[in-house]
Design a protein around this ligand. Structure first.
Ligand SMILES: NC(=O)c1ccc[n+]([C@@H]2O[C@H](COP(=O)([O-])OP(=O)(O)OC[C@H]3O[C@@H](n4cnc5c(N)ncnc54)[C@H](O)[C@@H]3O)[C@@H](O)[C@H]2O)c1
Length: 348
């Protein structure tokens, strides 16, 4: 619904932050007011690309602008909480990139600032809005899949050394908080806990195989859930040339397998095999086919940028809030702890 008042939007960090800026620019109920980055060339480029906007190299200065109501935080992961809390304290709502921050303690500071200020805080985990996730989540939550007993999750990606060298923060414990797991596979950690429920324990190992970085480029874990189900979870940025993201969930009444945003298998006991085939026809090509039929299944950052704008306009909670997003950071850090100590890490 388009309204007369448009919510003023700003973005800090112009890497993936450009996707936030573009989404705000194209949004129905928002308007892009300003962007901020430490690198002046990125600001020049943004001015050319986004037209009549303000640019800042100083985040504190940008926060003084009263036209800005929401700020997207898209800087390196290790300073998400610092900037998000600063923005909330300055009276701005925030949309924070994944991971919400690299430690549970830092992430909790965002939640505390949100509660203290009464403002909105959303967190990007855009893969939850991949078209096939909606029917998959519904099939699990409604019990159509029966009792879940097993999941297999594998993020088999590839990143070059140049990728890690760019920006200087990737692959460092202090700013990236980890490697293939905390940066790339955190999306799938989020999906795992969202689909399968609360984690009971993790037993893990990790290593560095093909990069000159501080952190891991491979993790492998056995996850036990409070429900009694189990899952394997692996992450890597060494799988040349960049392979699948397997998300496979098995229940006593059926099985669903996904690769990335593409549905690969949908079989539910007692339901016609043709129904499974119809689901593959609809969701097998990722978001394309499904969104052609259902425009509400728009993917990527635009969904969540529009969501936070509407959350502010209509005074409701964003789709993914800090208490949701903290869960994947807790699991990722438990995987690192188990890998370091060789012990199983149990959750309360
Ligand atoms: N949702 C996704 O799919 C997705 C994809 C990529 C990155 N990310 C996340 O987005 C964040 C940024 O990653 P990236 O790949 O865009 O990194 P990047 O290095 O490409 O961009 C980060 C930008 O932030 C700027 N910056 C750093 N500190 C700043 C400060 N104090 N004030 C203003 N600007 C500052 C840098 O100059 C840089 O231009 C990370 O947390 C990452 O995990 C999410």
């Amino acid at each position: 619904m388009a309204l007369e008042r448009k919510i003023g939007y700003a973005v800090v960090g112009l890497g993936v932050g450009r996707a936030h800026a573009k989404a705000a620019l194209n949004s129905t109920n928002g308007r892009l007011v300003a962007v901020c980055d430490l690198i002046p060339e990125k600001l020049e480029k943004a001015k050319k690309e986004y037209g009549d906007i303000l640019t800042y190299t100083d985040f504190t200065e940008m926060l003084k602008n009263p036209d800005i109501e929401i700020v997207s935080i898209a800087v390196p992961s290790g300073i998400h909480a610092e900037l998000a809390v600063q923005a909330l304290e300055a009276g701005k709502h925030v949309l924070v990139e994944k991971p919400i921050d690299i430690t549970v303690e830092a992430a909790e500071k965002i939640e505390q600032a949100r509660a203290r200020t009464g403002l909105k805080a959303g967190v990007i985990h855009q893969n939850r809005f991949n078209a096939c996730m909606k029917p998959m989540k519904e099939a699990i939550d409604s019990g159509r899949l029966g009792r879940l007993f097993l999941g297999t999750f594998a993020v088999k990606w590839y990143r070059t050394q140049e990728y890690y060298d760019k920006g200087g923060w990737r692959g460092t414990w202090a700013m990236d908080g980890g490697g293939s797991l905390m940066n790339q596979a955190i999306h799938t950690v989020d999906l795992m806990q969202w689909l399968m429920g609360d984690v009971e324990s993790v037993t893990s190992c990790m290593g560095i195989f093909n990069h000159s970085i501080e952190t891991e480029d491979m993790t492998a874990s056995l996850i036990r859930f409070k429900s009694g189900a189990a899952a394997t979870f692996v992450s890597t940025t060494c799988a040349y040339p960049g392979l699948s993201t397997d998300i496979q969930v098995y229940g006593t009444k059926g099985s669903i397998e996904v690769d990335g945003d593409q549905l690969k298998l949908w079989r539910i006991e007692g339901e016609d095999e043709d129904e499974g085939k119809a689901m593959i026809d609809l969701y097998g090509e990722g978001n394309g086919n499904a969104t052609a039929l259902d425009p509400t299944l728009v993917v990527g950052h635009a969904t969540q940028v529009n969501d936070i704008i509407d959350a502010v306009l209509f005074d409701r909670e964003p789709l993914i809030v800090p208490t949701d997003a903290i869960k994947s950071v807790r699991i990722a850090n438990a995987i690192y702890e188990s890998s370091r100590t060789g012990e199983t890490v149990r959750f309360d």
